[in-house]
Design a binder for this molecule. Structure first.
Ligand code: ZN
Length: 116
C-alpha cells in the first residue's frame, strides 16, 4: 500500500515568498485594527498624564489641551515633546503617580467650576 505515501499529503505552502507575504498581510491587518480602535488605556493617565473626559476626549492634565488624536503615537509625542521638564522631574513610578494624582484633583476642581 503506497497510496498514502508522503508525496500525497497536501502540505501548506511553506516556500519562502508565499510565507513572507502571508506574514506581512497578517501583521498589517493587526496593526490597522489597533490604530483604528485605540481605546483609552488606564495606564495612559500615569504614562502620558492623560485622562478621558465624559465626552470621550483625551485631555492632557498638564496643559489641559484636548487631544483629538486617537493614535497612541500622537499622544506620546505630545507628552514627550511638550512636557519634557515634567517627564524628567517626575520619572515613572511613585513620583509620577503622585504628581498625576495632584493634577487630576485640580483638574476635577476646574471642571466643576466650568460646569456651574
Ligand atoms: Zn499637554
Amino acid at each position: 500500500m503506497q497510496l498514502f505515501g508522503p508525496l500525497s499529503v497536501a502540505l501548506p505552502p511553506t516556500c519562502g515568498r508565499a510565507r513572507a507575504l502571508f506574514d506581512m498581510a497578517t501583521k498589517k491587518k493587526q496593526r490597522k485594527t489597533e490604530d483604528e480602535k485605540c481605546e483609552f488605556k488606564v495606564e495612559w493617565t500615569e504614562t502620558f498624564t492623560l485622562i478621558q473626559n465624559l465626552n470621550g476626549l483625551r485631555t492632557c492634565l498638564i496643559c489641559l489641551e484636548k487631544l483629538a488624536h486617537n493614535k497612541k503615537s500622537n499622544l506620546e509625542t505630545h507628552f514627550t515633546t511638550k512636557h519634557v521638564s515634567f517627564r524628567t522631574k517626575y520619572p515613572l513610578g511613585d513620583a509620577r503617580k503622585k504628581a498625576v494624582e495632584e493634577l487630576q484633583k485640580s483638574e476635577e476642581k476646574l471642571s466643576s467650576v466650568f460646569n456651574y
